[in-house]
Design a protein. Structure first.
Length: 439
């Protein structure tokens, strides 16, 4: 909808003025020092990015434009008073910085519906791949193939003024987000339901339509996917999927290239693939213990055995958080509201009691608490989405909301290509010891 684009620009142009003033008048101000340890351990905690959409606090968890997850569940528009917030409202908040009215969300949902047509060649690309190709492989290939539709790419090649880059980026982003549920559902039905595809229903909301096209039409699972899409949408700018999307976008690559690159990062075991590993590990322990209702004592012994074998407990620990992930808590509350006596979810709840105290005895673990992945798979599995190799695709659909809203802001600010410096190992050795180093 044009009025949403105009409202975004009215807000964003004020930020652009502040950005340019900050760069011009205070560009030489030192805000942090970088240690050799930070360089050698993944640049953790080094402030070097602008991300307006969300911020992760070690003690409070993720905040989306200043709002916590409990606040979002209370304030964002929903279809029914007892339902979950609509992802369209979350995207509006991330983009514009204001809680939307119900009419704004309704209009955005309609806009995405009109933009959701996927070109045939995208399905042809998916169908050309073997069915045993990982769902994320098919997902990223499909996203990349849609670059043929990029209005930003065409506009850039025509020689537009750089101050208008954001305008064309906006339309690409809206088109891409609108089409992702169709692509994800197509891959799901192709891989697990013999290509018996289900047409979209334009009357449904973005997440509800995804559930429908996957073949899951209960109201509860639609509510779950709405919640899932909201809480997985963003995690500030330094995580792999967000940073990669930003980095590739900084080269003025179109959003299809940038987001596809971000999804390749999301597919890694240390990022979005973790939700699959949690379910795999739980079924592994149930199989080894020969029960689908393990006692707390059995779980504690298995957790210790896993740690003694030099393995991690999937779903526990976080690079930044130092408390239970609020996204975990939101899912636990959902389960308490809708699900009674599910064996898998009971095990997840028991692990929540057992794992943190055990991990707390391991000195090098700074955060023994569960993250979002510890719960998400069990909810999806309960509602019949049992194909956990597909879970990261759902994560990817959700993550589009945050990283692509940020990509539009990158072009509004006119951020340059990202190009940090690097040194060889010997230079750091010499800096640390004062003596020439060799490696």
């Amino acid at each position: 909808m044009e009025y949403i684009k105009n409202r975004f620009y009215e807000k964003a142009i004020k930020c652009t003025t502040a950005y340019n003033k900050l760069k011009k008048e205070h560009g030489d101000k030192v805000i942090a020092e970088v240690t050799i340890g930070q360089v050698l351990t993944g640049m953790k905690g080094v402030p070097s990015l602008i991300t307006d959409t969300s911020k992760l606090d070690p003690n409070e968890g993720i905040r989306f434009r200043g709002h916590s997850i409990p606040e979002l569940r209370e304030k964002l528009p929903r279809l029914s008073p007892d339902g979950e917030p609509l992802p369209e409202g979350l995207f509006y908040l991330l983009l514009i910085g204001e809680i939307p009215e119900a009419e704004d969300v309704h209009n955005l949902s309609k806009d995405w519906s009109t933009r959701s047509h996927v070109p045939q060649h995208v399905f042809d690309v998916i169908d050309a791949m073997p069915k045993n190709a990982k769902p994320m492989t098919q997902f990223t290939a499909a996203i990349t193939s849609m670059a043929t539709e990029s209005v930003f790419q065409k506009a850039y090649r025509s020689g537009i003024n750089k101050k208008y880059y954001w305008d064309f980026m906006y339309d690409d982003v809206m088109n891409l987000i609108a089409r992702l549920p169709r692509i994800a559902a197509y891959i799901y039905r192709r891989n697990f339901f013999n290509s018996e595809h289900i047409d979209p229903d334009p009357r449904l909301d973005w997440a509800g339509n995804l559930a429908h096209m996957m073949g899951h039409d209960s109201e509860e699972i639609k509510r779950l996917l709405r919640l899932y899409m909201v809480i997985h949408s963003d995690h500030e700018g330094g995580n792999v999927s967000a940073h990669t999307t930003h980095l590739v976008g900084s080269a003025l690559s179109n959003p299809y290239y940038a987001f596809s690159a971000g999804m390749l990062g999301l597919a890694g075991p240390l990022h979005g693939y973790a939700n699959q590993e949690v379910i795999h590990w739980i079924f592994e322990l149930m199989n080894e213990l020969d029960t689908d209702e393990p006692t707390k004592e059995q779980l504690a012994d298995y957790v210790k055995k896993t740690l003694e074998a030099g393995r991690v407990i999937p779903g526990y620990g976080h690079a930044v958080l130092r408390q239970t992930d609020p996204r975990f808590t939101a899912q636990m509350e959902f389960a308490e509201k809708y699900i009674k006596n599910d064996k898998l979810i009971n095990t997840v709840n028991n692990l929540y009691e057992i794992v943190p105290p055990i991990l707390g005895t391991v000195g090098k673990i700074k955060n023994p608490w569960p993250n979002v992945d510890a719960y998400s798979g069990s909810l999806l599995y309960h509602y019949g989405i049992k194909e956990y190799s597909f879970y990261t695709v759902l994560f990817g659909v959700s993550r589009s909301l945050g990283v692509l809203a940020s990509l539009i802001m990158d072009r509004v600010y006119g951020l340059p290509i990202e190009r940090p410096s690097s040194f060889e190992m010997s230079a750091y050795m010499e800096k640390a010891t004062g003596k020439p180093g060799k490696c």
